[in-house]
Design a protein around this ligand. Structure first.
Ligand code: 5GP
Ligand code: ZN
Length: 116
């Protein structure tokens, strides 16, 4: 499943370059082009789902794989300890701008909570 005009489908298809840091048969992780912390990686299913809710509704196993991949990225980046943030902005009011579900793995600095 892919959408021709979807930015992250095009990254998955390698039509747009990205710095890929982790991949499995169903998941891809690449650095955010505008990082908000020393580590800022986006983790996406290769298939197209508009947001985390759509992904979880369609394929629980794949949602699980995305979360596990996010943790593998955090370990690889050396931020699993002391900790990192995993964020799925869901919908425009939450700041979602790319409607292909992605988890932000953010860390490597002190993170405030609530994020504002
Ligand atoms: P959202 O606001 O939808 O939660 O996050 C979208 C993220 O995608 C943003 O953090 C933005 O910097 C990132 N982004 C937008 N365009 C590109 C791109 O072409 N390549 C990469 N690697 N990241 C992108
Ligand atoms: Zn897509």
């Amino acid at each position: 499943m892919s959408e021709a005009d979807c930015l992250f489908c095009r990254i998955v298809a390698k039509e747009i370059p990205a710095e890929i840091v982790y991949e499995t048969d169903r998941v891809l992780a690449f650095r955010d082009v505008n990082p908000q912390a020393p580590t800022h990686v986006l983790v996406v299913p290769r298939g197209h789902y508009r947001d985390a809710a759509a992904l979880a509704a369609a394929d629980h196993g794949l949602a699980d794989e995305v979360i596990k991949a996010a943790h593998a990225v955090a370990e690889q980046e050396g931020i699993a300890e002391p900790g990192y943030r995993l964020v799925f902005n869901t919908g425009p009011a939450a700041g979602q701008t790319v409607f292909h579900v992605h988890g932000h793995v953010i860390g490597g600095r002190d993170l405030r909570w609530p994020p504002g």
